[in-house]
Design a protein around this ligand. Structure first.
Ligand code: C2G
Length: 155
């Protein structure tokens, strides 16, 4: 395809959620090919980020997202310039939680920071999961008993 536009983004994509999906879908609208560099487990340790889902599964999920054309591993902070050159990248894009952090790439390609999707994050998902799991089992059982009783009362 003549003057095909290629976009690249980087991320952990742990517990894949709607915020990740909306970002990737918006990125694909910028061009024709979307490459996603998924942070390896080792690199996440460097980032100080604890992930629930191992790299292989995170990479497989992202590579099966309709708008994603290619997944590569993100092993270090320093691979972006090399990736931009190797894959003939036209646009580097990432969520605006990184605003300004990757402006050095402007010498090699367009740099775009996109607004994050509000009210969803892997951290929030983990928190609600741990809140739910911390409810004592007897309280959950009691709730079910009450619901069953209410259903009988209203029969
Ligand atoms: N994101 C978003 N909306 C959310 C959550 C995340 O748009 N509610 C975006 C982030 O801004 C990022 C991408 O989804 O562009 C992936 O988010 P993370 O998995 O948290 O990625 P991060 O750990 O920030 O890794 O070299 C760059 C780093 O690897 C980025």
């Amino acid at each position: 395809m003549e003057n095909k536009k290629t976009i690249i983004t980087y991320g952990t994509f742990d517990m894949f959620h709607i915020g990740h999906l909306k970002l990737l879908q918006r990125l694909k609208e910028f061009g024709d090919e979307l490459i996603v560099a998924v942070s390896t487990d080792e690199f996440n340790e460097l980032k100080g980020k604890k992930t629930l889902i191992p790299y292989e599964q995170r990479a497989e999920i992202v590579s099966n997202i309709k708008c994603v054309n290619k997944v590569i591993p993100e092993n270090s902070w320093d691979q972006k310039i090399e990736d931009v050159e190797q894959y003939n990248i036209d646009i580097f894009a990432i969520g605006d939680d990184w605003e300004g952090k990757f402006d050095f790439l402007e010498k090699y390609c367009e740099v775009v920071y996109l607004a994050r999707t509000k009210n969803v994050s892997t951290t929030k998902l983990k928190k609600s999961l741990s809140n739910f799991l911390s409810i004592p089992k007897e309280d959950i059982l009691n709730a079910f008993t009450i619901i069953e009783q209410l259903k009988k009362d209203f029969e």
